[in-house]
Design a protein around this ligand. Structure first.
Ligand SMILES: *[C@@H]1O[C@H](CO)[C@@H](O)[C@H](O)[C@H]1NC(C)=O
Ligand SMILES: *[C@@H]1O[C@H](CO)[C@@H](O)[C@H](O)[C@H]1NC(C)=O
Ligand SMILES: *[C@@H]1O[C@H](CO)[C@@H](O)[C@H](O)[C@H]1NC(C)=O
Length: 370
C-alpha cells in the first residue's frame, strides 16, 4: 500500500514535467508563417497539387522536424522528397497527423544554417495539407533566398516522372532545375493532351488545367472535387524560363496536326498574358523508340510552325528545342516506352548542354550558402 502510493506520485510528477518540457522545447511554425517558402501549386487548405509542389525552409540550429498534416493529405499516404542542404532527395512517406522527418539520416551536422526542401513526388496521391511544422527548441526560421533562375516546366507523363520510384524527383525537368541550381515548378499531367479534351482519365487538357490550382486529379478526390483558378501572383518566384514538352496524348487522341498547332498557339498566347517576356522553350517530341531501333514520331514539323508563327507575330522569345535522337530504346522502360532513370538523366544532360549553348549558365552556388 505504502510502497504503491509512494511510487505513484513521482511517476505523475515526472509525466507532468516531461509534458511541460515538450511544450517549451518545441518551436511551432504555423502554416501562415511568411518564412515558409511555398513553391508550386497550393490550394487554400493549404495543400499541394501537381508533382513537385512543396516548400523550402532555411533554419538556424535545426535538429529535428515534425510535419503536422491535415485531413486533406492523401490517404493512406503521400510520398515526399526531402533534401537537406541541397543534397539528394530522399523519400519519406507521410500521412495526416504528426510525421517526424528523419533529418539525422540527412543532416551533415556541420552547419549552423540548414536548408530543408520538401516536395510531393507523385503525379497522383500527391496532396500534403500542411498545418504546422514543429522544430526543436532553439531552432529559428531564417528567410529562404531563392535562386535567380526559376524554371516553369509544362508537360505530360514524359515530364512528370511517371513510372519512376521517386516520381518527379528523378524526372528530367527536376534534374535540370537542380543542375542549374534553380527553382523549379513542374506542371505535368500524365495522360493529358494539351487540347482541352478527355484523355486517359483526365477530364481536362493542359491548356485548361495549367491555369488552375489543382491538377486533374481533383475529379477523383472526394474531399476536393472541384478546381479553382490559379492566382499567378502566387508564383514563387516568378518563372524566368518556361519549358513545354507536350503533344504525345493529343496525337494518341487523334487531334489533327492543324488542330494541335492552333491549340498550341492559343496556349502560348494565353501564357503571354501572364509571362510577358520570359523565354519559352518548345520541345519537339523525341518520339516512341522500338526495340528494332526505329522511332515513331508525331506532329513532325508542327512545332517549328508554332515557333515560326510566334516569330511572325513579333515574339522572338520562343525557341524550338529539337530533341530528335535524345532518346533511344535503351533509355526507356520496354513495357511503357517512357524514359527510365538513366534515360531521364540523359535527357537532362542533353537539355542542359542545349541551354548552355543558348546562353544560360548553371549557377556555381545556391544563394543560401551552406
Ligand atoms: C512509401 O510508400 C510506398 C507505397 O506504399 C512504398 O512502395 C515505398 O517503399 C515507401 N517508401 C518509403 C521510403 O517508405
Ligand atoms: C466528382 O464529381 C463528378 C461530377 O462533377 C462525379 O462524376 C465524380 O464521380 C466525382 N468524383 C468523386 C471522387 O467524388
Ligand atoms: C485514332 O485513330 C486510329 C486510326 O484510325 C484508331 O485506330 C484509334 O481508335 C483512334 N483513337 C481515338 C482515341 O479516337
Amino acid at each position: 500500500m505504502l510502497i504503491l502510493s509512494a511510487m505513484r506520485l513521482p511517476v505523475q510528477v515526472l509525466v507532468i514535467a516531461s509534458y511541460l518540457g515538450t511544450l517549451s522545447a518545441a518551436t511551432t511554425i504555423k502554416n501562415s508563417n511568411p518564412l515558409i517558402f511555398y513553391h508550386g501549386r497550393w490550394d487554400e487548405s493549404p495543400g499541394t497539387w501537381w508533382a513537385g509542389s512543396g516548400f523550402k525552409l532555411n533554419v538556424k540550429n535545426l535538429k529535428s522536424m515534425t510535419l503536422n498534416l491535415g485531413v486533406h493529405t492523401t490517404q493512406p499516404l503521400a510520398s515526399i522528397g526531402v533534401s537537406v542542404d541541397y543534397g539528394e532527395f530522399n523519400t519519406v512517406n507521410v500521412s495526416a497527423g504528426a510525421n517526424s522527418i528523419p533529418l539525422s539520416d540527412f543532416v551533415s551536422g556541420k552547419n549552423q544554417q540548414t536548408v530543408v526542401r520538401v516536395n510531393a513526388e507523385g503525379w497522383q496521391n500527391n496532396r500534403i495539407n500542411l498545418e504546422s511544422i514543429i522544430l526543436n527548441k532553439g531552432a529559428e526560421l531564417l528567410p529562404y533566398r531563392p535562386s535567380n533562375i526559376a524554371f516553369q516546366f509544362i508537360g505530360d507523363s514524359l515530364s512528370a516522372g511517371q513510372f519512376l520510384d521517386k516520381g518527379v524527383d528523378q524526372a528530367w525537368p527536376f534534374l535540370v532545375g537542380e543542375a542549374f541550381k534553380a527553382e523549379h515548378v513542374i506542371c505535368a499531367q500524365p495522360g493529358a493532351a494539351l487540347t482541352d479534351i478527355f484523355s486517359y482519365g483526365n477530364v481536362h487538357g493542359v491548356s485548361y488545367q495549367f491555369f488552375r490550382t489543382e491538377d486533374t486529379g481533383y475529379y477523383y478526390t472526394a474531399d476536393h472535387n472541384f478546381t479553382t483558378s490559379w492566382n499567378f501572383a502566387k508564383d514563387r518566384p516568378t518563372p524566368t524560363h518556361l519549358v513545354i514538352h507536350i503533344g504525345a496524348n493529343d496525337a494518341s487522341q487523334n487531334v489533327t496536326a492543324s488542330q494541335f498547332v492552333q491549340v498550341y498557339e492559343s496556349f502560348i498566347a494565353r501564357l503571354r498574358t501572364v509571362y510577358h517576356n520570359q523565354p519559352i522553350f518548345v520541345f519537339t517530341p523525341w518520339g516512341w523508340p522500338s526495340s528494332d531501333g526505329s522511332i515513331s514520331q508525331y506532329y513532325q514539323g508542327q512545332y517549328q510552325e508554332i515557333v515560326d508563327s510566334r516569330h511572325k507575330q513579333g515574339d522572338h522569345a520562343v525557341f524550338l528545342v529539337d530533341t530528335t535522337g535524345w532518346v533511344q530504346f535503351a533509355d526507356v522502360f520496354p513495357d511503357n516506352v517512357h524514359p527510365n532513370v538513366a534515360g531521364h538523366q540523359k535527357i537532362a544532360k542533353e537539355f542542359q548542354s542545349w541551354l548552355e549553348g543558348w546562353g544560360l549558365r548553371p549557377n556555381a552556388h545556391w544563394p543560401v550558402m551552406v
